[in-house]
Design a binder for this molecule. Structure first.
Ligand SMILES: Cc1ncc(COP(=O)(O)O)c(C=O)c1O
Length: 384
């Protein structure tokens, strides 16, 4: 049996939850959506949560809610899935990448600050930061930079539900609580911590942003708040107040999401145990292992090693039925991005070096001890 780099963990309780919804009155726009949103908001300690059809839709709703348009110029990390910056382009905004930190592979905050300060005042409108692999970015420091330059922050936490860190006051910052950010987004793709098949969540503490997210999710149409309606003919009345999309999620997906969320802490603990196991088992090999500073609670969506023999190792592991992955080809190196007039063209040495060496080992809660040993033994055999 092949060992993938990531995989969902579906239990009988998950199946029962989905079946129960299939037998209920609502397949979509029913009570499971609100239940998932409320439970997720509690999980990450946010005021509002809006469930949508996938993480990309979550990012797009976020850029809409923050008013990204053709005047926007948004700073984004190149080390992410393409969706992180595509969401800016969807709204006609300009994308400017900024290089990554060579230790944690997220946006380098020193380089980011230097870039902003070297640019004319008002050049940039916002920042999309990614908690790459589940590493919680120092959003306290990021928000100090952002506030100084009047920039908003979207935190793409698709890799990081359950991650947290301690800020300079010793306060625990849960990723998604938006203490230092405007909006946080999550994905519930099967390789992520919580699987819905497809699914996404947006959290915010702002009433205004929340209302805009609701409109963006569902055609710009509202019937909820009669006080904001321009007119009303009767109880059937609905109103399109903005141009929106159909980014709704179904009750079937949310039933799975609620069930998966109930064991998210358990899954996170298991991911951290797997990381500790790899750290110990691989420490003598000539590869670089991920480092985590104190006071950071890493969510380990990915366990990324670095090696200058990456292609050889990838092929060797594949020959042993171990399917590792490469996260990520820098977004700016994609042909579309190289040819896009809306993208500031630059070269990023840290992102390119990281990309030339990185390899994501299998990391998912249901991986067995036997499979983990297979991975470690194959790595040891390669380096023998
Ligand atoms: C960092 C990041 N952002 C956004 C996305 C998009 O999420 P989705 O696949 O749910 O649209 C992903 C998914 O791979 C991701 O890894």
């Amino acid at each position: 049996m092949a060992i993938p780099y990531g995989k969902q963990d579906i239990t009988q309780a998950d199946i029962d939850a989905v079946v129960e919804t299939l037998q209920s009155d609502f397949l979509t726009q029913g009570p499971k959506i609100k239940e998932f949103e409320d439970k997720f908001a509690t999980y990450v300690n946010a005021k509002y949560a809006v469930a949508v059809s996938n993480g990309t839709a979550a990012l797009h709703c976020a850029t809409i809610a923050l008013g990204v348009d053709t005047n926007a110029n948004v700073l984004v990390t190149p080390n992410s899935f393409v969706a992180s910056s595509n969401a800016v382009l969807f709204c006609g905004g300009r994308v400017t990448f900024s290089d990554i930190n060579p230790e944690n592979f997220c946006l380098d905050l020193d380089l980011l600050e230097a870039k902003i300060e070297a640019s004319p005042k008002g050049t940039f409108t916002g920042i999309v930061v990614v908690d790459f692999a589940g590493y919680p970015v120092d959003t306290e420091r990021l928000s100090n930079i952002a506030r100084k330059h009047n920039l908003w922050i979207i935190e793409d936490a698709c890799h990081a539900p359950g991650a947290s860190y301690q800020d300079s006051n010793g306060k625990t910052i849960t990723i998604g609580d938006n203490t230092y950010t405007d909006i946080t987004v999550f994905s519930f793709h099967p390789v992520k911590h919580i699987a819905c098949g497809e699914g996404g969540m947006i959290t915010t503490n702002s009433d205004e942003i929340y209302q805009k997210l609701l409109l963006a999710r569902s055609h710009g149409v509202t019937r909820e708040n009669m006080t904001t309606l321009a007119d009303t003919d009767g109880s059937w009345y609905y109103e399109m107040q903005d141009l929106g999309y159909n980014y709704r999620i179904t009750d079937i997906q949310c039933a799975l999401g609620v069930s998966q969320l109930s064991k998210a802490d358990q899954g996170l603990k298991r991911r951290q145990e797997i990381a500790a196991f790899y750290n110990e088992a691989l420490k003598e090999l000539p590869i670089k292992l991920p480092k985590v500073e104190d006071k950071k609670n890493h969510a380990y969506h990915l366990y990324v090693i670095r090696t200058d023999r990456r292609k050889e190792l990838y092929d060797f592991l594949r020959s042993k039925n171990i399917y590792t992955q490469v996260h990520y080809i820098p977004i700016c190196n994609q042909p579309f991005y190289k040819n896009c007039d809306l993208v500031t063209q630059e070269v990023f040495p840290n992102a390119n070096k990281y990309y030339s060496e990185c390899l994501s080992l299998p990391m998912y809660p249901s991986i067995s001890e036997k499979e983990l040993n297979e991975v470690v033994n194959a790595l040891k055999e390669f380096y023998k």
